[in-house]
Design a protein around this ligand. Structure first.
Ligand SMILES: [Mn+2]
Length: 445
């Protein structure tokens, strides 16, 4: 391992050199992750390869598995973006001829000899998104590629790494012509408040999110009623109005603290208009999660005809989130001190269930430390997403791993957010075992 303790910059320079040499004569296949970070990474790479006039193909995937890796073309140059740090063994077994990885996920296996990997974990562990790493890589190829800085920042925000943006100190904010404002972290900050509040799922505001009556009541109460039938946007509020709004929202979110609601808002110019970065990120995420990663990428490329399509997919996605939240609030749940299990069956899409679990875990509905488990069907399987409320509490990945011990299926994730997939036949067994484990843990505490 010692030989790898070079600076990240040094590592990037030397791997870029190898990459440029490798692609001289061979075709390239780009494999990237389907979230906002992966999509922005892919877009930066695609445009870089286009400018180099190279032949390449792109695959956007939910996750990597053995089969997928085995089916990749063996004689192309393979470049993985925003994934693969956890699939090194499968990559080695597949005997891909020349592999490059640009990723920031935890490395859990020995790095095979012939794999070129850029991962900050090997160089001092700076917190960077896949998109930022891809950006630094492509900028090294050609300094003109610094024009993709805004995509790099979008990926950071998609991965909720915005607090790390100041540690970048490489001029990336300037390169991206990104504006920063202090304000309340609900979005989009550029649209009328009534709409913003109605669709606000991060944070989820009880009796306001998805509830037009509640929205209008809150706005009336804070004196932010419509002027000429139009509501102001967050960015149009003065300090006093902003304070009133924060107070009103906090009153409905008794457990939230103002420092969690106030923060930096980043504004990025896309399609020649200054937009809230979180909104752009949500738009890209929505397209990709609803199966249109092609539109997500073209949106990042700012292809004019795509904007309307992306917006309409996003509108549909927001509606799906609201109806999912409504379903969850009305359906019967297994709820006990310390945990809640929501079995949505066919009522929520498998690609949305993780998002729903995250929204619930960030809401003020449950106590700190509560384990939220949400389940949804797809084909013959059940997708399970587990989240921990707050920073302290149990390791949900460990819990799922123990429950899945006697059940067939793979578990992935971290201590505070994890997931697994199992066969439908094992639904009841899974729920029973899960309950047992969650109850035992409560007794231990
Ligand atoms: Mn990422």
């Amino acid at each position: 391992m010692e030989k790898r303790q070079q600076s990240l910059e040094f590592e990037i320079t030397s791997i870029v050199e190898k990459f440029l040499k490798a692609i001289e004569e061979k075709e390239i296949q780009v494999i990237s992750h389907f979230d906002t970070d992966g999509i922005t990474s892919a877009t930066i790479m695609i445009q870089t390869l286009q400018e180099l006039d190279k032949k390449f193909s792109v695959k956007i995937v939910k996750s990597l598995d053995k089969e997928l890796i085995e089916n990749l073309s063996k004689d192309k140059i393979t470049i993985f973006l925003d994934l693969a740090s956890n699939s090194l063994n499968h990559i080695k077994d597949a005997q891909l001829s020349n592999t490059f990885i640009i990723d920031h996920h935890e490395i859990s296996q020995e790095i095979p000899e012939n794999i070129n990997i850029i991962n900050p974990e090997l160089n001092g562990n700076q917190k960077l998104s896949g998109s930022c790493l891809t950006y630094l890589f492509c900028k090294k190829i050609n300094s003109k590629n610094k024009k993709f800085a805004k995509l790099a920042i979008l990926g950071m925000i998609g991965d909720m790494l915005e607090k790390e943006i100041d540690t970048l100190n490489n001029g990336i904010l300037d390169d991206g012509e990104i504006q920063r404002k202090r304000g309340i972290l609900i979005y989009p900050s550029t649209r009328p408040l009534n709409r913003t509040l109605e669709f606000c799922s991060n944070p989820y505001i009880p009796e306001v999110t998805g509830n037009i009556k509640g929205v209008l009541e809150l706005l009336r109460e804070t004196g932010l009623g419509p002027v000429n039938k139009k509501y102001k946007s967050l960015l149009e509020l003065n300090e006093e109005e902003m304070e009133k709004l924060v107070t009103a929202i906090m009153l409905r979110n008794p457990k939230s603290k103002s420092r969690e609601i106030i923060g930096d808002i980043f504004l990025i110019k896309m399609f020649n208009k200054l937009e809230d970065a979180r909104e752009l990120s949500a738009m890209i995420n929505a397209c990709s999660r609803l199966g249109r990663s092609d539109i997500a990428i073209q949106f990042c490329m700012e292809i004019p005809q795509i904007k309307k399509k992306a917006e309409s997919i996003h509108a549909k996605y927001k509606q799906l989130i609201l109806s999912g939240l409504k379903f969850i609030s009305e359906t019967e749940k297994i709820q006990e001190p310390g945990f809640v299990i929501i079995n949505a069956q066919d009522n929520i899409k498998d690609t949305m269930i993780g998002t729903m679990a995250s929204i619930l875990s960030r809401s003020s509905l449950y106590e700190e430390g509560t384990v939220v488990v949400a389940m949804s069907y797809y084909e013959n399987n059940i997708k399970v997403s587990a989240r921990r409320v707050g920073k302290n509490g149990r390791n949900v990945r460990e819990i799922l791993s123990r429950v899945m011990c006697g059940i067939q299926g793979e578990v992935g994730g971290h201590a505070c957010a994890a997931g697994c997939v199992l066969k439908k036949e094992q639904e009841q067994e899974f729920i029973n075992t899960l309950r047992k484990h969650l109850e035992i843990e409560v007794i231990k505490v």
